[in-house]
Design a binder for this molecule. Structure first.
Ligand code: NI
Ligand code: MN
Length: 227
């Protein structure tokens, strides 16, 4: 699978020729300026882990432009409906659904989820994504949690996408422990460097993983990697 990184926690994976976009936050991200054009990012599906602005800022505009189907918590589905977005599939933690090109299972994330206007965003979620091309786990914003130990019951993973920036989420050490729990060798790091609170030392982060026999991939904003 090819993973395109658009900065912060925004990335996309191509499966069966479909662009599956996660947590679109591009136009407010200074690190993406001049590297990613939110008005040109392709999407057939948009998955939203939770309602915070740094995960959904460009969601409505990209959904309007592309007609992509949005997959998110029930409460975010209701919020999007009030903004005239009707091509939304509501889910909640524990549930799964087969979208044809891939299957999604929503799993727990230990975080919070308010929407930018103060509306209640429901529970934050992580996603397991299953496809013929492989399986992966995107945890969304989360603390390290023992619930991650359940994930190998459901999925044999090719890779995981985990936050590593600390302050709002796991740091790189907790992300390494999460990689152990979900039994994965390769982690794509997200949710780092975007704001002052979450700036990290890239070389030290990569060494934390390599010292434990695992691989941390830090993709440049606007770049891509094979996973
Ligand atoms: Ni958040
Ligand atoms: Mn966040």
């Amino acid at each position: 699978m090819v993973l395109h990184y658009y900065g912060h926690s925004c990335f996309s994976v191509n499966i069966n020729g479909k662009h599956i976009l996660f947590d679109p936050f591009i136009s407010p991200n200074e690190l993406a300026a001049g590297k990613v054009d939110a008005g040109a990012v392709p999407a057939d599906y948009i998955l939203l882990s939770h309602g915070h602005a740094d995960h959904i800022a460009d969601c409505v505009a990209i959904a309007q432009r592309t007609g992509a189907k949005i997959i998110c918590a029930w409460e975010i589905y209701e919020w999007l409906g009030k903004q005239g977005i009707s091509h939304v599939h509501p889910m909640n933690t524990g549930g799964s659904w087969d979208f044809g090109d891939f299957r999604v299972k929503c799993v727990l994330a230990q975080h919070s989820s308010g929407l930018p206007d103060g509306s209640y965003g429901g529970n934050p979620m992580g996603f397991l994504l299953f496809s013929d091309a492989g399986n992966f786990y995107y945890s969304g914003d989360t603390a390290l949690t023992l619930d991650m130990q359940l994930i190998p019951r459901w999925a044999k993973l090719n890779f995981a996408v985990l936050p590593i920036g600390d302050n709002f989420t796991m740091d790189v050490h907790d992300a390494l422990a999460a990689a152990d729990m979900v039994q994965v060798q390769t982690v794509v790091g997200v949710h780092y460097d975007t704001f002052g609170f979450i700036k990290i030392d890239h070389a030290a982060a990569e060494k934390t993983f390599s010292s434990a026999g695992k691989k941390l991939v830090l993709v440049p904003v606007g770049g891509s990697t094979s996973v």
